[in-house]
Design a binder for this molecule. Structure first.
Ligand SMILES: NC(=O)c1ccc[n+]([C@@H]2O[C@H](COP(=O)([O-])OP(=O)(O)OC[C@H]3O[C@@H](n4cnc5c(N)ncnc54)[C@H](OP(=O)(O)O)[C@@H]3O)[C@@H](O)[C@H]2O)c1
Length: 220
C-alpha cells in the first residue's frame, strides 16, 4: 500500500518507520520544504514531499501534527481516502478550542469536518511514541498490547485494523468518531498499556467530564 504521512515529528516518524518495516511505500512530510527531511528519509527508508504531495501519494494518509494546525491539511487530495488521525488536543500547545472544551465535538470530528469526504479513523493517538516503537508483538503473543480505534466507515476501520496488526498490536473498536473522546487525552485508556480486555474495560469506564491526573500516563 502507499502511505502518506503528514507530520514528521516523534509520532509521524515512528508511524513511517513501522509502515516501511511492514512493507509499505511511504512518503513523509512536514510543514517546511521536503529538503529538511533528507536525513530522516534515509534513516526510515521512505520518500519525502510536501504535505500536499503526501496527501496525493497515500492510499492511506496518517496525520500526526499539533492539532492547532489541522486546518492546514490539504482537503482536496484526501477526499475519499482513509485518513488516520493520531492527533491529540493539548490546550497549552494548541490554544483553547471551545467545541472541545465544551465537549460539543471530538478532535477527530473536527478533522473530519475539515476533510469533507475523507474516511477519518482515529488511531495511534493513545500510545506514546517510544512505546509504539518498542511494544509491538506478533499476533497471539500473550503480552500483546491493544490500541483503540474509532471511525464512521467500516471498511476504513478494517484497513486501519490491518495496519495496527501489522505494526504489532491488537485493535479495539470504540465505535463511531463521536465516541472517540473515550480515548482522547486524560481518559483511562490514554497511553496506558492494556490488552484487549483491559482496553475494552477502560473505554467503557471513560466519563466525558472526568480526566485522569495530567501526565500520569507518562509516569509508568
Ligand atoms: N509524541 C507522542 O508520543 C504522541 C503520541 C500520540 C499522539 N501524538 C500526537 O501526534 C501529534 C504530533 O505529535 P508529535 O509528538 O509527533 O509532534 P512533533 O514532534 O512536535 O512534530 C510535529 C510535526 O508536525 C509537523 N507539522 C506542523 N504543522 C504542519 C502542517 N501544517 N503541515 C504539515 N506538517 C506539519 C511539524 O513539521 P515542522 O517541523 O516542519 O514544523 C512536525 O514534523 C500531536 O497532535 C500529538 O499530540 C503524539
Amino acid at each position: 500500500m502507499k502511505i502518506g504521512v503528514i507530520g514528521a515529528g516523534f509520532i509521524g516518524r515512528a508511524l513511517a518507520t513501522l509502515a516501511v518495516k511492514s512493507g509499505h511505500e511511504v512518503m513523509i512530510s512536514n510543514s517546511r520544504h521536503p529538503r529538511t527531511l533528507g536525513s530522516t528519509a534515509v534513516a526510515i527508508g521512505c520518500r519525502i514531499g510536501t504535505a500536499q504531495d503526501a496527501a496525493e501519494f497515500g492510499d492511506v494518509v496518517f496525520v500526526a501534527i499539533p492539532l492547532l494546525a489541522y486546518k492546514e491539511i490539504p482537503e482536496v487530495p484526501l477526499a475519499g481516502k482513509i485518513v488516520v488521525d493520531a492527533n491529540n488536543y493539548y490546550p497549552q500547545r494548541d490554544g483553547a478550542i471551545e467545541e472541545l472544551e465544551s465537549h460539543a465535538t471530538t478532535t477527530s470530528e473536527l478533522l473530519a469536518e475539515h476533510l469533507a469526504g475523507a474516511k477519518v479513523v482515529k488511531a495511534f493517538n493513545a500510545i506514546l511514541q517510544g512505546d509504539l516503537e518498542k511494544d509491538g508483538r506478533p499476533a497471539g503473543a500473550p503480552d500483546r498490547r491493544a490500541l483503540p480505534i474509532a471511525g464512521d466507515d467500516a471498511q476504513a476501520k478494517q484497513v486501519v485494523t490491518g495496519l495496527i496488526d501489522a505494526f504489532g498490536f491488537d485493535a479495539v473498536d470504540a465505535g463511531p468518531l463521536s465516541e472517540s473522546w473515550r480515548f482522547e487525552r486524560a481518559k483511562p485508556a490514554y497511553c496506558i498499556p492494556l490488552d484487549v480486555a483491559g482496553l475494552t474495560q477502560a473505554l467503557a469506564a471513560a466519563e466525558r467530564d472526568v480526566e485522569v491526573a495530567h501526565g500520569s500516563w507518562r509516569r509508568r
